[in-house]
Design a protein around this ligand. Sequence first.
Ligand SMILES: *[C@@H]1O[C@H](CO)[C@@H](O)[C@H](O)[C@H]1NC(C)=O
Ligand SMILES: *[C@@H]1O[C@H](CO)[C@@H](O)[C@H](O)[C@H]1NC(C)=O
Length: 369
Amino acid sequence: MSRHTGNALVATFLLLLWSGLATALTSTLQQVTNFGTNPTNVGMYVYRPTTVSSSPALIVAIHYCTGTAQAYFSGSPYAQLADQYGFIVIYPSSPNSGTCWDVSSKKSLTHNGGGDSTGIASMVAYAKTQWGVDSNKVYVTGSSSGGMMTNVLSATYPDVFKAGIVYSGVAAGCFVSAAGGVDAWNSTCSGGQSTASAAQWASVARDMYPGYTGSYPRMQEYHGTADSTLNYNNLNEEVKQWAGVFGYNTSAPTQVQQNTPLSGYTKSIYGPNLQGISASGVGHTVPIQGAEDLKWFGIVGGTTTAPSGPTTTTAPGTTTAPVSTTSSASGATQSQWGQCGGTGWNGPTACAAGATCVAVSPPYYYQCQ
Ligand SMILES: *[C@@H]1O[C@H](CO)[C@@H](O)[C@H](O)[C@H]1NC(C)=O
Ligand SMILES: *[C@@H]1O[C@H](CO)[C@@H](O)[C@H](O)[C@H]1NC(C)=O
């Protein structure tokens, strides 16, 4: 697939991201220039509500491919929530043609490497000195290409971000361009065929900031099972990457919550720093869960571990195989939309009643449908 075909596919993401009841905002989106080191000329836009908390939190909200800062500002719930809770939102704007983020070049995949990631890190530094943002309350999120960048920033600047939320992304380094291309499409990764062990993915992430020994942001990864732009298997790879970083076992989630945070979504909790959320039957556009996001970040609720909420425990008699993990339970059946085979897969290969194991992306990925 050519890069442009790929970009055109990602363009289908351009849909309403949320359907919150829009009320008038207290402030407006402002462009900021000369905010610091910005080698690739990433645009910086900020939303500062009329009333900002002292030592406020900061959310960096990153647009999808073909998107803009303005589009993500109006298409996501963060500005409304900023009015309510007094935090600041930065919306970076991609400088690349087609306006996907550069998540393929060595520059962007390296701490202070001089790519798009460096420009975004500079925006955070500016927000700290200029607006008194609390270093311990800096968060990042994004959709699609912005979700990829969220994983990349979490790996390249783990010292800057305390938590991340990825909507429909891929593991950091999955979109790498072997030829060194900037903002290149990688069809192996988009097709869900870039698979590696947790240890291998963790090395890919750690190598983006060599010598760093500090903590990494706690991560939440959302992905729709019916995503035809970035194959659903990418959820497995992202989860493996961060499980590898945190030393969690992807085959043994500490908790699997059905119908959380929405009906048809399954949240697998691997430890206090990692959750994978599989959205059954949802395509590439996974709607942003603003209120849930604030809980994960710790802006609301004060918890930094398993956020409370409508935690539905498994109904008796239903299949509990976590759909986003490599469960090795022998004799188990996989639930609808879960993986049921593929290279490296050790989990159940039989599907629950009513579902059939389908070769979605052979030989790498088979899914119960
Ligand atoms: C695509 O990414 C994979 C890693 O996910 C990498 O091994 C491969 O070389 C990349 N393909 C190209 C054409 O650069
Ligand atoms: C991971 O969990 C699985 C399933 O409980 C278990 O069989 C396996 O031994 C665990 N691996 C490690 C390294 O603890």
